[in-house]
Structure formats: structure tokens, C-alpha cells
Design a protein around this ligand. Structure first.
Ligand code: AR6
Length: 178
């Protein structure tokens, strides 16, 4: 499987190609959710399908959420301990989109710390239905994560899971520019 990683302090940041629901070695996976934490399509559809209907039941009690916000639930039939649901900005509607996208990653990592999780895998939030161009989103995501790494205590591994080759290349470019 294609992947590259860097170390900052005691924390590894990895960019890999793959499917967010197949990250068996991660404590948590992040969901690119909708405000009401309903099933949805894309990443959210895949996560809810793999987790089973109990996920939506729990998640809906924690919504609605605002762009940049993160909430945590159990992971049910997924191989992880938790799902961290974040609401990415809709590009050109939720302004400033770069700050709100960075908040998604930062707030998700804060929740990991609060719950003493050691690892989390993220999809490329907002780059599907929400229309954020991946070549713009990739450096925002990687810089937000990188800036947070020196202050993390429990989290030791962070993975960005990218679904296709072109988006993977954008993220590797952004990783190398950190
Ligand atoms: N694993 C990893 N990445 C994936 C997967 C997967 N299984 N499936 C898609 N991607 P999106 P958003 C990539 O649309 O833009 C939903 O309907 C995909 O190629 O899932 O934040 C929610 O309910 C894209 O690059 O998230 C919301 O309403 C990226 O993941 C809305 O879409 C994100 O695509 C959220 O939109």
C-alpha cells in the first residue's frame, strides 16, 4: 500500500491511500459528517454502513453541530474504538473556509487527547460533496495537524487516508512542503 510518513516530536503523521473504514490499527476514525450527524453519502455513508444503525442513533443525539466542530461516539461494528464526527466547511459558503477546515482537525485531535486515544485516521474532509478543491485543502489539513503535533500527549499516530491517486499526490506534495 502507498504511504509516506514524517515524525514531529513523538508523533508520526502518515499519508496513505486507502479506505477510511479499513483502518483496523487506529483507535479512532474521523467522519466527514453532515450537521445533523445523519447517514449521508461519501465517507459518512461508508462509515455508517460499516458501523451499523446504532451509530446514527447515538450520533444524532449529539447534533446539530457547526462547521469546524467535532463530537465523539462509539464505533459499533467498525474495528476502531471511536468515531469522531466533524463538520467540514462547505467551500465558499462557510467562511473563512481554511480556518474552519483547520478547526476540524484540531478539535478532533483535542477529543482524542481528552479520551486518551493513541491514534486517529482522517479522510480528506470537505473535499467531496462540500466542494473544497483538494489541492487547497491538503496544505490546510496537513499544516493544522502538524502545528498540533508538539502538544499531543496520548496521540502518537495520525493518518490521512486518501481515496484516489490524484488526491494522494496532492497530499504528498503538501506533506513535503511542511
Ligand atoms: N475512504 C476514504 N476517503 C473517502 C471514502 C472512503 N471510503 N469515500 C470517499 N472518500 P465526502 P465532505 C473521499 O463527500 O466533502 C456526506 O454526504 C472523497 O473522495 O465524504 O466533507 C455527508 O453526509 C473525498 O475526497 O465529505 C455530508 O453531507 C473525501 O473523502 C457531506 O457528504 C470527502 O468526501 C460531507 O462532504
Amino acid at each position: 500500500m502507498k504511504k509516506e510518513q514524517i515524525l514531529n516530536g513523538n508523533v508520526y503523521l502518515e499519508v496513505s491511500m486507502g479506505d477510511i473504514v479499513m483502518q483496523k490499527d487506529m483507535d479512532a476514525i474521523a467522519n466527514a459528517a453532515n450537521a445533523f450527524l445523519r447517514v449521508g453519502g461519501g465517507v459518512a455513508g461508508a462509515i455508517h454502513k460499516a458501523a451499523g444503525p446504532e451509530l446514527e442513533k447515538e450520533a444524532m443525539t449529539k447534533g446539530p453541530i457547526n462547521p469546524g466542530q467535532a463530537v465523539i461516539t462509539k464505533a459499533y461494528n467498525l474495528p476502531n474504538k471511536h468515531v469522531i464526527h466533524v463538520l467540514g466547511p462547505v467551500y465558499d459558503r462557510d467562511i473563512p473556509h481554511d480556518k474552519l477546515l483547520a478547526d476540524c482537525y484540531s478539535n478532533a485531535l483535542d477529543l482524542c487527547e481528552k479520551h486518551q486515544l493513541t491514534s486517529i485516521a482522517f479522510p480528506a474532509i470537505s473535499t467531496g460533496v462540500f466542494g473544497y478543491p483538494v489541492e487547497e485543502a491538503a496544505p490546510v489539513a496537513l499544516k493544522a495537524i502538524y502545528a498540533k503535533m508538539p502538544v499531543l500527549n496520548s496521540v502518537k499516530r495520525i493518518r490521512l487516508v486518501i481515496f484516489n491517486e490524484r488526491d494522494y499526490d496532492s497530499h504528498i506534495k503538501a506533506l513535503k512542503e511542511l
